[in-house]
Write a protein that binds this ligand. Structure first.
Ligand code: UDP
Ligand code: MG
Length: 242
């Protein structure tokens, strides 16, 4: 378990989640009450067109003793960009990410933190996914290809609920689509990773932004790019002898 002095950054990527902001942050604040760590919560607004940003500002007023930061992207770029902006903005020693739609459960955050510092990243594994049938099927297909092409033992790569040592995740060069491969990318940076079973809930408010097609074609091309990176990664040991 991380020590009480380890600072935390909780990164929340948001694209049109106005109804989820208030209940989500209330749950996060409740969960933080059991932790003594200095913590900041960073909303990354990925170009929302609804009232998400107003909701974020209301949260800053509701919890004046907590540090809430709002980073606003000038338009919608997609989850990888939102995550990258979050990793860059984060000032904590440990960065926790989770979806802002309440599908991930903030109550699982301490379970992930328990795995640090022994591991450099703890990845949420949604053992009982609460998604639509079409999404479950497309995930199964994607996982099948990912495991074959990458020889990757990770069970659930798409779960946003993850905790990283900041020094490791900040080393990963982000590209569009890479939010689906952060576990393997951290491992490529020499990080020790572990998976932690977490709960998953159906989406109650708002709409999913990722369907069948936008999760199949370009993620497959991204997979080939990650395979290339994995094969061509530079790894060596050397010492200066004189
Ligand atoms: N999201 C984002 N930018 C986007 C699409 C999604 O920041 O362009 C956020 C979204 O608000 C949510 C998370 O990424 O917090 C996951 O999105 P979503 O729930 O739609 O994906 P799903 O769970 O359906 O795969
Ligand atoms: Mg979701």
């Amino acid at each position: 378990m991380i020590s009480e002095t380890t600072s935390l950054s909780i990164v929340l990527p948001v694209y049109n989640e106005e109804e989820n902001i208030e209940p989500l942050t209330t749950q996060i604040v409740q969960c933080l009450e059991q932790l003594k760590n200095p913590t900041e919560i960073i909303f990354i607004d990925d170009g929302s067109t609804d009232n998400s940003v107003e909701q974020m500002k209301a949260i800053q007023v509701k919890f004046p003793t907590r540090t809430f930061r709002i980073v606003q992207l000038d338009r919608n770029y997609g989850l990888s960009t939102a995550m990258a902006a979050g990793f860059k903005a984060a000032r904590g020693d440990v960065i926790v990410t989770l979806d802002a739609d309440l599908q991930n459960d903030p109550a699982d955050i301490p379970k992930l933190l328990e795995q640090l510092p022994e591991y450099d990243a703890a990845l949420g594994w949604r053992v009982d996914r609460k998604d639509t049938l079409i999404k479950k099927i497309s995930s199964k297909i994607a996982n099948f290809f990912r495991k074959k092409v990458l020889d990757d033992p990770i069970h659930d790569t798409g779960c946003s609920l993850k905790a990283y040592k900041a020094t490791y995740i900040k080393r990963v060069k982000m590209f569009k689509g890479m939010h689906r491969f952060l576990g393997v990318l951290i491992a490529m940076e020499g990080g020790k990773i572990t998976e932690v079973p977490v709960s998953h809930h159906p989406r109650k408010y708002g709409k999913s932004k990722y369907g069948f097609w936008n999760r199949l074609i370009s993620p497959f091309l991204d997979l080939l790019a990650v395979r290339w990176m994995k094969k061509r990664a530079i790894r060596y040991e050397a010492k200066e002898v004189s």
